[in-house]
Design a protein around this ligand. Structure first.
Ligand code: FMN
Length: 280
């Protein structure tokens, strides 16, 4: 089979061949969400597409569940947050390890972002092409959601009112996208001309930082050793040893722990927690 985008053979539309572009029972969604935005968006899109709830699976959950959902699916939604126009490491690792599960599927990518998405909705399909996984590309959707990097003075939080407004806009766009996809439309929020722009503005500086096994997470002296970060870490990177948080160099930089820590003791890129995001 040829790798990359496989164009399905066009069939004349007779009454018996006319069917929705995505069949509800034969679709699944695979997602990663650090702080809840992407989970919120992918669930809404899946609902619009009529996808069974059980087929919406996080890559950090039981791998067998994901395998079962993917096995019978013709269409797979791959959803992730935009990290400087680089795929989060946990998602790129999953796609590399389980590439065989995606062969021949029709793919819809969904990216959530806070300020700019550039070509981020194309990142997962670009990786599949690089891995020589044959797939039928469908659509790439970018949805704006609140910001989650909470330890940098320069990055202002999304105000509560703006967050509500963003969510309403996201809902409307996701519902519209679902209707369009079911009707056979192709959506591409990220355009090929955005690729060099995204490289010059972001990937050139952040590609290696996002894709490496990050171990720059810091825990300061206000840590109360409650273990909440250990329990919630998507990569099992953290452990509580002798009352201290130790890390194993597997951080995917999702900012979940920093946003949830009750004593605001965890930082990744910045030096002090400025505010915390508790999800949509
Ligand atoms: C490490 C990191 C890098 C990010 N880079 C960008 C970015 O380049 N552009 C942007 O608009 N948002 C960026 N964001 C914000 C997230 O993409 C956005 O808040 C997303 O909705 C978070 O999704 P989640 O809650 O599912 O993790 C970044 C967030 C993190 C944690």
């Amino acid at each position: 089979m040829k790798w990359g985008v496989v164009k399905p053979e066009a069939k004349p539309a007779t009454e018996s061949t006319v069917k929705p572009a995505v069949e509800a029972g034969r679709s699944a969604a695979l997602y990663f969400s650090g702080t809840g935005n992407t989970r919120y968006a992918v669930r809404r899109l899946a609902q619009g597409l009529g996808m069974p709830e059980a087929n919406v699976v996080s890559v950090e959950d039981d791998r067998r569940l994901a395998a079962a959902a993917l096995a019978t699916a013709d269409t797979v939604v791959i959803a992730y947050p935009n990290y400087m126009c680089v795929l989060p490491k946990i998602m790129s690792d999953y796609l590399q390890q389980h590439r065989a599960r995606l062969e021949g599927k029709s793919i819809i990518t969904l990216v959530t972002y806070a300020r700019f998405s550039f070509d981020a909705d194309l990142l997962a399909t670009r990786l599949l092409r690089k891995l020589r996984v044959p797939f039928t590309e469908h659509s790439g959707i970018a949805i704006q959601m609140p910001f989650v990097i909470c330890d940098m003075k320069l990055l202002r939080p999304t105000e509560a009112e703006a967050a509500t407004e963003l969510r309403a806009r996201a809902d409307a766009k996701l519902d519209e996208c679902a209707v369009r996809i079911l009707g056979g439309d192709v959506i591409h929020d990220g355009r090929p001309w955005m690729r060099p722009l995204a490289f010059l503005r972001q990937r050139m500086f952040y590609q290696s930082r996002i894709q490496k096994d990050f171990s720059g997470l810091r825990v300061n002296s206000s840590c109360i050793a409650c273990g909440s970060c250990v329990r919630r870490c998507p990569t099992e990177n953290l452990a509580l040893i002798d009352g201290r948080i130790e890390q194993a160099g597997r951080c995917t930089q999702c900012y979940r722990c920093a946003n949830l820590c009750p004593s605001q003791a965890i930082t990744l890129w910045g030096r002090a927690v400025q505010w915390q995001y508790k999800g949509p």
